[in-house]
Design a protein around this ligand. Structure first.
Ligand SMILES: CC(C)(COP(=O)(O)OP(=O)(O)OC[C@H]1O[C@@H](n2cnc3c(N)ncnc32)[C@H](O)[C@@H]1OP(=O)(O)O)[C@@H](O)C(=O)NCCC(=O)NCCS
Length: 142
């Protein structure tokens, strides 16, 4: 959680709110951030998917993995699937990712997927529910 939620683990209430938000996105929009299941073991090893980015109108793709499965390419594989879903299934022309500036491993995932650094932005500028965050915005257009 070092680079997520201002470095603070989510409280039980925040986890409930996050799950409710994703359930709402799944039913109202047809997509969400979801469980990432390792095929070989059937275990949940992370979270990946897509969600609207604040009030920008863009769709954000994201990846969180359990530390024990870092370094295997899973985030790149899942992020690539999310990117394809945004472009090919949802027919969007643009996809973005927001990353805490010091989070180098996550930036490498974004770059491997072809996204490029656009600018540093605050949550407030993006209409994000956390106005105080400062993130690097990566984007890719078809
Ligand atoms: C961000 C995060 C998902 C990156 O994890 P990761 O394991 O580095 O990313 P991937 O799963 O794509 O694996 C890629 C790494 O595995 C290596 N790798 C090994 N086998 C591979 C394969 N078959 N295919 C692709 N990459 C492979 C790559 O070389 C790469 O290492 P490198 O970046 O040092 O060159 C992880 O650090 C994390 O979950 N952090 C906590 C949550 C978080 O910060 N999420 C992002 C919020 S913006």
């Amino acid at each position: 959680m070092r680079y997520i939620n201002g470095g603070c683990p989510l409280s039980e209430d925040e986890i409930d709110a996050a799950l409710a938000r994703q359930r709402r996105n799944a039913s109202e929009l047809g997509y969400c951030m979801g469980a990432l299941v390792e095929k070989a073991t059937g275990q949940v090893v992370g979270v990946a998917g897509m969600q609207p980015l604040g009030t920008t109108g863009d769709l954000e793709i994201g990846w969180w993995l359990a530390p024990r499965v870092w370094g295997r390419g899973y985030a790149t594989e899942a992020g690539g699937a999310a990117k394809s879903h945004v472009f090919e299934y949802l027919g969007r022309k643009r996809v973005v990712a927001i990353i805490d500036p010091p989070n180098e491993p996550s930036k490498r995932v974004a770059l491997r997927l072809g996204l490029r650094f656009e600018r540093r932005a605050t949550g407030e500028e993006l209409g994000h529910r956390l106005p105080d965050i400062v993130v690097d915005l990566f984007g890719l257009e078809t």
